[in-house]
Design a protein around this ligand. Structure first.
Ligand code: C5P
Length: 239
């Protein structure tokens, strides 16, 4: 059976809605992404309830703090058994290396699989002028590539990147570095507020490993049908 690369983003504070979606999507997506919105409202207990059906978890908490604090947060997150979790590359090499060590230690301690650590480089909500205001005058893609290289050197497993960046990062980082891509829209779905989109098949062809897809599934009249349609497109190679 072909690996399903789709993590469905459940961007909600409502635990019942998230649980209902997780039940409907079992077998139709590769996993679920829960982020700051859900976690802030429902905490670890809420996360446990949503993943009880067994779908892999992408816990997207985007850690960014001093190394000791991030290491502690990663250790706590690992207890939830996520397949993937995130941190900001601009926290620096030492912070990322501390997170890598903490993930390995905690996974051994709790007897769970070590989650893949993914770095966020430059948030895609940031423009070139936002970057300049933060003191970085270089072209945005250069900064993305620099932070991805730093993450890779620190032992991080991959990055979350935009559809625009995937080819350059695949070329730079090699085949084993995980590239996780949001901003995915099937040809039949609305773009919503995503400005640069790729279809699932296009993103995989450009070198993505995993796709984060939210509203094309969660806001569909029938989420299971939408997820199944994406699964079929990926299996058949149609866009
Ligand atoms: O609904 P939609 O498919 O746009 O959801 C995309 C998900 O990916 C959301 O959880 C969003 O926060 C996340 N994301 C994104 N763009 C990024 C990073 C994360 O859309 N650059």
């Amino acid at each position: 059976m072909i690996r399903n690369p789709v993590f469905c983003a459940l961007d909600t504070t409502d635990p019942q809605a998230a649980l209902a979606l997780s039940r409907r999507l079992a077998g139709l997506v590769g996993g679920l992404k829960l982020g700051l919105e859900f976690f802030s409202a429902n905490g670890p207990q809420g996360v446990r309830a949503v993943i009880e059906g067994g779908l892999p978890l992408f816990l997207d908490l985007k850690f960014h703090d001093i190394p000791n604090t991030v290491a502690g947060a990663v250790r706590a997150a690992v207890r939830l058994g996520p397949a993937m979790t995130t941190l900001h590359a601009c926290g620096g090499r030492e912070m990322m290396a501390a997170a890598v060590d903490a993930a390995a230690d905690a996974a051994a301690k709790w007897d769970v699989v070590r989650p893949r650590l993914l770095a966020v480089t430059v948030l895609t909500s940031m423009s070139q002028s936002d970057l300049a205001q933060s003191g970085v005058a270089d072209p945005l893609l250069d900064q993305v590539k620099r932070l991805a290289a730093l993450a890779q050197e620190a032992g991080v497993d991959g990055v979350v990147c935009s559809p625009h960046e995937v080819e350059a990062l695949r070329a730079q980082c090699g085949p084993n570095f995980h590239l996780v891509i949001p901003g995915i829209r099937p040809a039949w779905a609305a773009a919503n507020d995503q400005k640069r989109v790729l279809t699932p098949v296009e993103a995989m062809a450009k070198g993505a490993d995993w796709l984060v897809i939210g509203r094309p599934i969660t806001a569909a009249a029938d989420p299971a049908l939408a997820a199944g349609r994406i699964q079929d497109e990926l299996a058949g190679g149609a866009s």
